[in-house]
Unconditional design. Structure first.
Length: 252
């Protein structure tokens, strides 16, 4: 049985004071109980990882894991501005998002770069959250499944059976930060297609890999999305900034 996983992606948001309030509010909200059989994580910007790790410890939030929004494809050297997987392990990260559509769009990252980053993350004992998804044009021209399964196939080529230790996040680009959530059935159909593509490589890997949905997840649509058989949780951007909304999604 795959656990339900909710991961918050703060993107380029937060401040020392705001992070403190967020952790305090989540700690307070979880006092009444933590849903069992689920996993939760939050991915702040790099400079706040150490502060958030400390706050999670201070508030005894053992159920809340720490994640990063990216990692370098390299282990060390002349790569100004990059952060390596070994540094993220030292800071207590468990999950690392790779290949997010904003990285693809704004930083021209291709699937192979995402796969190289995922390898670094795996080599340092963390779980990569590999993002895939189609644009509005690709969906409107009937190519959504081919595009997404093509992205998955590139990960399979590089990662092979190490994919069993990864998470995949299906994030339709047209749904990210737009308020246009994919219907639960549209998301389920794509999650099924991804799992079938993985099964062509290895049925065991396909049945074990968690596939999260991302794209305008909110408390009011999370219940229906998470009830779908191939949706194993959510990668949540905007709504994760509000502790009450994040809590409601974790409890959905
Ligand atoms: C994301 O950043 O991965 C994301 C899904 O954002 P949002 O929830 O804001 O659409």
């Amino acid at each position: 049985m795959r656990p339900l996983i909710v991961i918050g992606n703060w993107k380029l948001n937060g401040s020392l004071a705001r992070n403190q309030d967020w952790v305090k509010a989540v700690a307070h909200g979880m006092e009444s109980g933590i849903p069992s059989g689920r996993k939760f994580a939050v991915c702040p910007p790099f400079p706040y990882l150490q502060q958030c790790a400390q706050l999670i410890k201070e508030h005894s939030l053992a159920f809340l894991n720490l994640g990063a929004q990216d990692a370098s494809a390299h282990s060390s050297g002349a790569y100004t501005g990059e952060v390596s997987a070994s540094m993220l392990t030292e800071l207590g990260c468990t999950y690392v998002i790779v290949g997010h559509s904003e990285r693809r769009l704004l930083h021209h990252e291709i699937d192979e770069v995402g796969a190289a980053k995922a390898l670094q993350v795996l080599d340092h004992g963390m779980t990569p959250v590999i993002c895939v998804g189609e644009t509005a044009d690709e969906r409107n021209s009937g190519r959504a499944e081919a595009i997404v399964c093509g992205q998955v196939a590139k990960q399979v080529n590089v990662l092979q059976d190490r994919l069993a230790d990864c998470l995949i996040a299906y994030e339709p680009v047209w749904a990210i930060g737009t308020g246009k959530v994919a219907s639960a059935q549209v998301a389920q159909d794509m999650h099924r297609a991804i799992r079938l593509r993985l099964a062509e490589f290895d049925e065991d890997v396909a049945s074990h890999v968690g596939i999260l949905y991302g794209g305008s997840v909110k408390p009011d649509n999370a219940i229906e999305l998470f009830a779908m058989p191939d949706i194993d949780g959510g990668l949540v951007g905007g709504a994760s900034l509000n502790p009450q909304e994040f809590l409601a999604i974790c409890q959905a």
